[in-house]
Design a protein around this ligand. Structure first.
Ligand SMILES: NC(=O)c1ccc[n+]([C@@H]2O[C@H](COP(=O)([O-])OP(=O)(O)OC[C@H]3O[C@@H](n4cnc5c(N)ncnc54)[C@H](OP(=O)(O)O)[C@@H]3O)[C@@H](O)[C@H]2O)c1
Length: 431
């Protein structure tokens, strides 16, 4: 990596001790983000960066006329990996073959910049170790929350604090769907709109099932809570069970619903969860609309810090990639944040919202109350809105902070009651 650089076209300053040409960059993947990275490099000419290669399968159909004529377009990954480049920018996505290209580049002592959250969540620790051993660097500022500098913020700005909990809206697709449902729309048409606008994949499972947010949470937990976890220890909950009824009841409780990824360390115990949760309307988490992302990091010394902005999209994500490239070109050393392997549970102590849909008959509330009481769970409120039919009656019980495991025991008993028409929906309420 250059200790100092000099643009290939500009003369070296007389005082410069070491003069190098600009950082030579090979772009792997010319899709939404790759194209935006090339666009920024072509338009802004950031000092010290030179795009030399673009790799993509079927590259002929990808070619554009606005990159420098000196750029080599290739569909041969091996040839580009063997070329005289300093940095591979991996914007293909997925674990493989992207992971093996990243590994080979690091093995060869090159640096890698990537936006690939899945790769970093599952293999980041090993790849960082490999980079350090071979003298390169691995940077992934774009892997969480796209253009919002959460990762550099944790690596630099908050490295001096001890982060004890964090909550985030890490998936723009879910936030788009839930904030539209908050405004009165139903899930299916909003999902179709998100797909038409390119915010959601044809198969939306990664997003609405919580897997995308889980990968991002695992990355943030390493930097903020300093733990290396297996993302699969977190069982994400999908947003698909949320209905207009839930938004209506949430509003009556002064709340709305967002897909939240949260983690905390309390008395040595580590907990993490991803899924739809109730957030107070006065909380910053309720303010994010559309595809916006937000992260609230709570430090022992510095208190709450909020990051928010556009969490996805070609240009915002490309800004984070180019910023990582500039940091490499300028030789800026990141703070090495130590982390250790850890196990994680879903055992938060939180108040809950529980929505039931029942065939009404006397004694239902008494039976639910008794099942909760057997687990020492106190009821905070019972809310039943008028206007629903007695043969499919939705009503809500909120409970005081309780352990998730205790609530699940009570719900196992309640679920078996013959009046339950559908699975009760329990959501954490963030306080
Ligand atoms: N889009 C966002 O808003 C966003 C935000 C944050 C992070 N990211 C991350 O950024 C990365 C890129 O995302 P993207 O949205 O730019 O994806 P994309 O639009 O699908 O682009 C991926 C590019 O890689 C190419 N590619 C895929 N598999 C390949 C293979 N086996 N060999 C050669 N080329 C291959 C694709 O070519 P084809 O055209 O032939 O498919 C496409 O040009 C992902 O890791 C993603 O998670 C994206």
């Amino acid at each position: 990596m250059p200790e100092a650089y000099r643009s290939a076209s500009s003369p070296a300053p007389a005082s410069a001790g070491v003069t190098r040409t600009a950082l030579r960059i090979a772009l792997f993947g010319f899709g939404t983000v790759g194209r935006s990275v090339a666009r920024i490099l072509a338009e802004s000419h950031p000092e010290g960066l030179e795009l030399t290669h673009i790799f993509n399968r079927g590259v002929a159909r990808k070619r554009v006329d606005w990159t420098s004529p000196s750029v080599v377009w290739s569909e041969d990954a091996d040839a580009v990996l063997a070329a005289d480049v300093d940095v591979i920018v991996e914007l293909v996505g997925g674990l493989d073959p992207a992971g093996s290209w990243v590994e080979r580049a690091l093995e060869a002592g090159k640096s890698v910049v990537t936006a690939n959250k899945k790769l970093i969540a599952f293999r980041g620790v090993d790849l960082e170790r490999l980079a350090a051993a071979r003298g390169g660097h691995l940077k992934y500022g774009a892997a969480v929350a796209g253009g919002i500098p959460v990762i550099p913020g944790l690596e630099q700005g908050l490295a001096g604090d001890r982060i004890e909990r964090m909550e985030g809206i890490l998936n723009g697709t879910c936030n788009f769907i839930l904030s539209k449902m908050e405004a009165g729309q139903e899930y299916a048409p909003v999902l179709a709109e998100a797909q038409a606008k390119g915010y959601a994949e044809a198969d939306p499972t990664e997003d609405v099932g919580g897997f995308d947010a889980r990968a991002k949470l695992a990355i943030l937990m390493r930097l903020a809570l300093r733990v290396q976890i297996d993302p699969e220890e977190i069982a994400p909950r999908p947003i698909t069970a949320i209905t207009a009824v839930d938004f209506s009841y949430a509003r009556d409780l002064g709340c709305t619903i967002r897909q939240i990824a949260r983690a905390e360390r309390r008395e040595g115990h580590l907990a993490a969860a991803v899924g739809p949760m109730l957030v107070a309307l006065r909380s910053p988490l309720a303010w994010s609309q559309g595809t916006e992302n937000m992260v609230v990091a709570s430090g022992h010394y510095g208190g709450d810090v909020v990051f928010s902005g556009r969490g996805a999209g070609g240009h915002p994500t490309a800004v984070a990639v180019v910023s990582d490239l500039l940091a490499l070109a300028h030789g800026s050393r990141r703070v090495e944040i130590p982390s250790a392997p850890a196990h994680v549970s879903a055992e938060f102590e939180a108040p809950h919202y529980i929505r039931f849909v029942v065939k009404d008959r006397p004694g239902i509330v008494a039976a639910i109350t008794a099942a909760l009481a057997r687990e020492q769970i106190n009821i905070r409120a019972i809310v039943q809105k008028a206007g629903y039919p007695a043969d499919a009656l939705p009503f809500v019980v909120t409970v005081e902070p309780c352990k998730n495991s205790a609530l699940q025991h009570a719900l196992a008993e309640i679920r078996a009651m013959d009046c339950m028409l559908i699975e009760p929906l329990d959501l954490q309420m963030l306080e």
